[in-house]
Ligand binder design. Structure first.
Ligand SMILES: [Fe+2]
Length: 309
């Protein structure tokens, strides 16, 4: 089966002429899986789905995960992760930080979901239920394309290096975070238990991960929680040299040619490959209503490991 698609931006495609409320037969499933694997990010517009449609659609890609941040799960559908801003000021305040003095709720830098577990989910489906204009975008970055775009000498140089991520709530402690204009909000969590998160040990990944399904090489470098090369000394790198190399890779990954920024409209669905792409949230202005429902597809392969394991 051939599906009609058109490019979303520099990465990803919009899939046209499908109604995701309908049961997905084998041919359509195979076609969607092939597109997901080829492009990493798929968007669908004007889908009048409800929660049960979303769960049924997401389940064709694999078992659904229950996210460790329990407080964000829908009580009647624990497989549903709810991103809700503009309906509960006290809850919004916890996620509000300041950027050049402007308060934004839920602004998040480039990250991979469940990265801190060593076993990121295979992918996720995000559905826009309510989305006021200007209510915050989600950016996607293709880390396989970023790897392919490295020069051969750099690809050779980084092969075998391992990169370590430290699970830490306070953005100011993320060693490679872009903190320009950033001020934490007074209610921002200091430790995981402040927001009902369990704690996690450091997680370590090959800096070049081989995608378990496509076999493509993925540059496993994202800003959130990024801390160090675990085995820099084995490669003869001093601490400063290792940091400079990580910064160079991060600057490379941040280039717009690897990105697509999704502006949410009601009825939008985005399916992404969490083994290949990173994403970010630009944050929601105070008083703006935005409700997104996410379903999370289990990662049945561990791409990384915990340091204490
Ligand atoms: Fe995320």
């Amino acid at each position: 089966m051939n599906l009609n698609v058109r490019p979303l931006g520099n990465i990803g495609v919009e899939v046209l002429d499908v109604d995701l409320r309908e049961p997905v037969g084998d041919d359509l499933k195979a076609a969607l899986e092939a597109l997901w694997l080829e492009y990493g990010v798929l968007a669908f517009r004007d889908q009048e789905m409800d929660v049960s449609h979303q769960i049924a659609f997401s389940s064709i890609f694999g078992e659904l995960a229950r996210h460790p941040l329990e407080v964000k799960l829908a009580s009647d559908h624990p497989e549903l992760f709810v991103l809700d801003t503009g309906s509960n000021p006290a809850r919004d305040e916890v996620e509000t930080s300041y950027w050049d003095g402007v308060p934004l709720i839920g602004r998040l830098p480039w990250h991979i979901d469940l990265h801190y577990t060593g076993r990121p989910n295979r992918g996720a489906v995000m559905r826009s239920v309510t989305a006021e204009e200007g209510g915050g975008n989600t950016g996607f970055c293709d880390l396989a394309m970023a790897y392919d775009a490295l020069d051969a000498a750099t690809q050779e140089r980084i092969q075998g290096l391992e990169v370590t991520y430290v699970f830490e709530m306070q953005r100011s402690k993320w060693r490679f975070a872009d903190l320009e204009g950033f001020e934490p909000g007074p209610k921002n969590p200091k430790k995981p238990s402040d927001v009902g998160f369990p704690d996690f040990p450091d997680s370590v990944y090959p800096v070049v991960v081989t995608h378990p399904v496509s076999g493509r090489k993925v540059l496993e470098v994202v800003e959130q929680f990024l801390d160090r090369f675990e085995n820099a000394a084995d490669f003869g790198l001093t601490g400063d040299e290792a940091d400079a190399l990580l910064q160079e890779l991060l600057d490379h990954v941040r280039q717009p040619q690897f990105q697509y920024i999704h502006e949410w409209k009601p009825g939008d669905i985005v399916l992404w490959d969490n083994w290949r792409t990173a994403h970010c949230g630009t944050g929601t202005p105070i008083g703006t209503r935005r409700l997104l429902h996410r379903t999370t597809i289990v990662g049945d392969v561990a791409l990384g490991r915990h340091l204490d394991a």
